[in-house]
Write a protein that binds this ligand. Structure first.
Ligand code: URA
Ligand code: CA
Length: 441
């Protein structure tokens, strides 16, 4: 087989065989295929597209390029959740203990934040003593005993995706639905869970800016999941403004705790109830969605979800006192107010710009080497559709970098639009995508 022939075949719009896809993925991972040929193939795929068969084969090849985590020693149906990334997306912190408290085993591998999107591992590290590194044996043990464990992504999961994604990033070939779907699903499938609930974000803070593209991406991932024998459901949800009020690591831990106590922001709470109910349903701890939703709401109301969070933090070495008293979380030295310059309604809060503003305050990183400030970030006091009066606080800026504040104020002035006319709130859950059909809401 020659890479030249594979490139020319895709250039001419023909379907690649399993052998050809495997040849490319294996060869590129082992560095037998140079970047220039891999780039040419990726661009041909980008321009010509891949059909469902090819997408599944690419996913399989990348999934098998490294370690497949063996979770078979965990009893019950392991359910994983994945979000395509957003701003202030506090859901995993809430969902993992919430769904575990319903008896569904949660064996979660999470990542760190990059750019304007945050990562669960960073957020959890703002709890003193909390450890995200453990052996796979301890990971399995903890899930069997406590129904929950969260660790950082190991380097050995889908190494082909890591290499190909880095190349796509510099060759303008990221934005292709088949490539995104296979990239995400190869990692999820290698992580070993039996069923997967996907949160596909759409809007200014998401990869997908357009609802139709987001639904198409959700549908491709659901189809891949089912082809690979994993029950998979996707929700397409709003990321046109940040989720909840808090953006930033310790600030989001605090928000997760209030949500687990039933006192969280309306949008975050609702999203966790829906995603959680689907996880409970796929984990077969309820017969219908309605029953699953009721179970989830009961765990929030009874305090059992919060108790599970506390237990989980303790097991992984974290200081449980911090959970009882969130004043003990890392705190920024300065808190500045961002205030309204006029009366009106909040018409739009551009999520990516607000995420970048939070990063400037210290909460995020541009590359994985940067150290982040766990105390920094933004707390919104208003959301889209709210009324606001002149001089009223729209957001608090938490930071240790006083020198960045005026720059961030300017960013927020452009990112947050106030109008004289009542502004419409976006629907939070826009579509539900299952293997037997797509329901737009
Ligand atoms: N996230 C991924 O993991 N891969 C993509 O291709 C896009 C987003
Ligand atoms: Ca949030």
């Amino acid at each position: 087989m020659r890479m030249y022939d594979i490139i020319s075949k895709k250039r001419d719009g023909l379907e690649l065989s399993e052998g050809e896809i495997n040849y490319f993925v294996e060869g590129y991972t082992r560095e037998n295929i140079p970047d220039y040929q891999a780039s040419a193939l990726l661009m041909a795929i980008f321009l010509r597209g891949m059909n469902k068969n090819e997408t599944v084969k690419l996913t399989k090849a990348m999934m098998h390029s490294g370690e497949i985590v063996d979770l078979s020693a965990i009893k019950g149906i392991k359910v994983d959740k994945h979000s395509t990334g957003g701003v202030g997306d506090t859901t995993t912190l809430v969902l993992a203990p919430l769904v575990a408290s319903c008896g569904v085993p949660i064996a979660k591998m999470s990542g760190r934040g990059l750019g304007h999107t945050g990562g669960t591992i960073d957020k959890l590290e703002s709890i003193k003593g909390f450890k995200t590194e453990m052996s796979i044996a301890d990971f399995v043990n903890n899930v069997n005993r406590y129904k929950i464990a969260v660790i950082g992504q190991t380097k050995d999961v889908a190494p082909a995706d890591k290499k190909i994604y880095a190349l796509r990033d510099v060759t303008a070939t990221v934005d292709n639905i088949s490539l995104i779907a296979s990239s995400i699903m190869s990692k999820k499938l290698a992580a070993g869970s039996d069923a997967i609930v996907l949160d596909v974000k759409v809007g200014s803070g998401a990869f997908m800016k357009d609802i139709n593209n987001a639904i198409e991406l959700a549908n491709e991932m659901v189809e891949i999941g089912h082809e690979m024998g994993r029950n998979t459901i996707a929700l397409v949800t709003d990321m046109d403004q940040p989720l909840g009020f808090a953006i930033g690591n310790a600030l989001e831990v605090k928000e997760a705790i209030s949500t687990l106590k039933g006192e969280g922001p309306e949008d975050l709470t609702k999203l966790c109830i829906y995603l959680g109910a689907y996880m409970v349903l796929l984990g077969k701890k309820a017969k219908t969605f309605e029953e699953a939703k009721e179970t989830i709401i009961n765990k929030l109301k009874s305090g059992l979800a919060f108790e599970k969070f506390k237990e989980f933090i303790k097991i992984q070495g974290g200081d449980a006192e911090v959970i009882e008293n969130t004043e003990l979380l890392p705190k920024a030295q300065y808190v500045y107010n961002f205030i309204a310059e006029e009366d009106g309604y909040i018409e739009h809060m551009k999520a990516d710009d607000i995420g970048n503003a939070s990063m400037k305050l210290g909460a995020g990183r541009l590359d994985l080497k940067t150290k982040i400030d766990l105390s920094a970030g933004i707390v919104l006091k208003k959301k889209v559709g709210d009324t606001v009066e002149k001089n009223e606080v729209i957001a608090e800026l938490h930071t240790n970098k006083q020198s960045k504040v005026s720059e961030v104020q300017d960013v927020l002035k452009k990112a947050i639009k106030i109008s004289k006319n009542p502004a419409k709130r976006q629907k939070l859950i826009k579509a539900i995508v299952k293997s037997d059909g797509i329901k737009r809401l």
